[in-house]
Design a protein around this ligand. Structure first.
Ligand SMILES: [Zn+2]
Length: 210
């Protein structure tokens, strides 16, 4: 500590260079304490083919802010169990809940099949969020594929909640139909570059990306 005899005593905010309080430095500090570093470093990804609520949800997924049981447990909430409420085979973390759970994977396989992705190489959830699944790497319409993936992630979480809180029946075919219908409603309306008709969307969505 360096004492300065020229100045009167005063409060100083340690998290900013000029000693003045600002919310950004405080929220950054809280994030760095609550979340793991890789999650904090995850920048914002945008895809304007889906509603804002979906973009916000994806941002929360990347920040590790989805209330799966393992995350609630970390934050000190007393739970009966942290095992996956769908399969009971593993701890319900974010990756398990949205991707690796066998019940969820049933939905993903149907989504990939619908898009003609026969041998999906999905290493982690980030591949899904970035649209790096299948051979869509250089296609100009990759944003449509990414939007379909984001729609799937969003509706998988919605289905998980309806199963957990309302005991709704878990059905991969029904979930796929929901993804197709909602995806069309959201993406076709927002896509200015290309006319997306229901027949192509339903039968051969890959044709819309090239
Ligand atoms: Zn599971």
């Amino acid at each position: 500590m360096v004492l300065n005899t020229d100045k009167a005593d005063s409060w100083s905010w340690a998290l900013s260079n000029n000693g003045c309080f600002n919310c950004k430095s405080l929220s950054g500090f809280i994030d760095s304490k609550l979340l793991n570093n890789t999650a904090v470093l995850a920048g914002t990804m945008r895809n304007n083919l889906v509603p804002k609520k979906v973009e916000v949800f994806i941002w929360r997924v990347r920040k590790g802010r989805i209330p799966v049981l393992a995350e609630l447990d970390k934050r000190g909430i007393d739970l009966h169990s942290v095992r996956c409420p769908l399969c009971d085979n593993d701890i319900e973390g974010i990756n398990h809940s949205l991707l690796n759970c066998e019940r969820v994977w049933e939905i993903w396989l149907r989504v990939f099949d619908w898009w003609g992705v026969t041998r999906p190489t999905v290493v982690g959830l980030n591949d899904i969020l970035e649209g790096n699944v299948g051979s869509f790497g250089k296609d100009p319409g990759k944003d449509i594929w990414q939007a379909a993936l984001w729609t799937s992630v969003y509706l998988i979480w919605k289905n998980r909640n309806e199963k957990v809180f309302k005991n709704k029946c878990w059905s991969a075919p029904v979930a796929l139909s929901e993804i197709q219908v909602k995806g069309f409603e959201w993406i076709a309306k927002r896509c200015k570059r290309k006319v997306i008709d229901w027949h192509s969307w339903f039968q051969n969505p890959y044709s819309l990306t090239v």
